[in-house]
Write a protein that binds this ligand. Structure first.
Ligand code: UDP
Length: 390
């Protein structure tokens, strides 16, 4: 009989879902039906109102009330406030989380969300269940202590910075593994040449392309940036008599943005999409990406050797990603749309050597195999018996 793995995630942004899918799909690719992997949004599917509305407030909080989001985020930075709060929440949620676990009867639980360690571990303790519990951290550099619970069986961290923070939070080296952020298995495959992929996606095969994104929710000034870049490339194209570049804009779940940009008269070839299931194809087809500093997007871009223009970051969990990108020479941080347009125009023109150097550095920094290493380690753990666990 196949062993059952339960992945706990919640749809705040696109990163946690993408990481959960990455782990589920990599189990499938690597082990076929040997494991049954279920994925649940513990907050939305298994908690009562108003708690089940929390994930839905994420985009509003980050976009429209960043001060409130930062205030809530900062609570997660203070264990002395967070621990009692989590204990009370766990007591209240006990029957709901217990129901979710009993429905699935997992042989192992994986959490890819910062708010699911303490509560689930409290509930398991209460149920007197000995189920291995694994955290896969999906923040890259700035990782609040709420991610780390010393009671976990294993904790996968994506970076040296994450490893050090986990030790500081009381985890032992024997509990820690460092492979990279979990990204979907398609990122581990050898990509076809860019012109081939462009042709496949209906783009001009021999014209450089820039991908513009704002995470799963299409956050930030994506439209303004796309318009500035398009105008700048159109102006340079006129001067040289051929298109200086083409655009792909991924609006994620931001339908309003998608509608607005689809109606715009673009001065250079431009493709607008909402949420795409094959973002790796669009990344392969592009020569660089403009994005907020989302950890998932940065890890994916690096895995494919894609230079990055960071156009902003969510204060708190994404703050550390900006110096990370700059330190490793895989991109730049520029916030003004007209300046971003200048950068792209340079990269697609006289400063092409910089683009190539960033691409080489990104390939060196990326971990396309990280998810395979994570699931192999989890499979090894499941092969062992209880007393053997670290
Ligand atoms: N993503 C996707 N399709 C889209 C837009 C985004 O698959 O149309 C994925 C993207 O590849 C990344 C995740 O959503 O894996 C976004 O995660 P990130 O950490 O960059 O930002 P978040 O949305 O969590 O703030």
């Amino acid at each position: 009989m196949s062993k059952r793995i339960l992945i706990l995630m919640s749809e705040t942004g696109g990163g946690h879902r993408a990481s959960a899918e990455a782990i589920r799909d990599t189990f499938q690719v690597r082990y076929g039906t040997q494991f049954q992997v279920d994925m649940i949004d513990l907050w939305i599917q298994h908690t009562p109102p108003p708690l089940n509305q929390i994930p839905k407030t994420y985009r509003f909080l980050v976009n429209d009330a960043p001060w409130l989001y930062k205030f809530i985020y900062d609570i997660g930075e203070k264990p002395e406030l967070l621990e009692p709060l989590m204990r009370v929440t766990a007591t209240f949620l006990l029957p709901f989380v217990r129901g979710a676990i009993e429905d699935c009867h997992p042989d192992l639980i994986v959490s890819v969300h910062p708010l699911m360690q303490q509560i689930t571990l409290e509930v398991l303790q209460h149920m007197k269940q000995v189920v291995p519990f694994i955290t896969v951290v999906t923040d890259l550099i700035t990782i609040p202590p709420v991610w780390f619970d010393p009671r976990v069986t294993l904790c996968f961290v994506p970076s040296e910075e994450g490893y050090a923070l986990a030790l500081r939070a009381g985890l032992r080296p024997s509990q820690l593994r460092q492979f990279g952020l979990p990204i979907r298995p398609a990122f581990a495959q050898k990509p076809p040449p860019k012109p081939t992929m462009r042709q496949r996606l209906g783009m001009l095969p021999d014209v450089k392309a820039v991908l513009i994104a704002g995470g799963g929710e299409g956050m930030g000034p994506v439209g303004e940036i796309a318009q500035a870049v398009a105008e700048r490339l159109a102006a340079r194209g006129q001067a040289v008599g051929q298109p200086a570049g083409q655009l792909v804009v991924i609006c994620g779940r931001n339908l309003e943005l998608q509608r607005e940009l689809s109606a715009y008269a673009w001065p250079v070839p431009t493709i607008i999409h909402g949420f795409v299931e094959n973002i790796w194809d669009w990344m392969i087809a592009s020569d660089c990406i403009i994005t907020k500093a989302g950890p998932g997007t940065i890890a994916e871009a690096c895995a494919l050797g894609l230079p990055i223009v960071l156009s902003g970051y969510i204060p708190g969990q994404e703050s550390g990603n900006v110096p990370y990108v700059l330190k490793h020479g895989v991109g730049v941080y520029v916030t003004e749309p007209w300046q971003i347009a200048e950068v792209i125009s340079g990269w697609f023109g006289p400063q092409e050597a910089i683009l190539e150097q960033f691409a080489a550095n990104a390939r060196k920094l990326g971990h396309p195999q990280a998810t395979f290493q994570i699931v192999e380690e989890i499979a090894r753990l499941l092969d062992r018996t209880g007393p053997d666990l670290p």
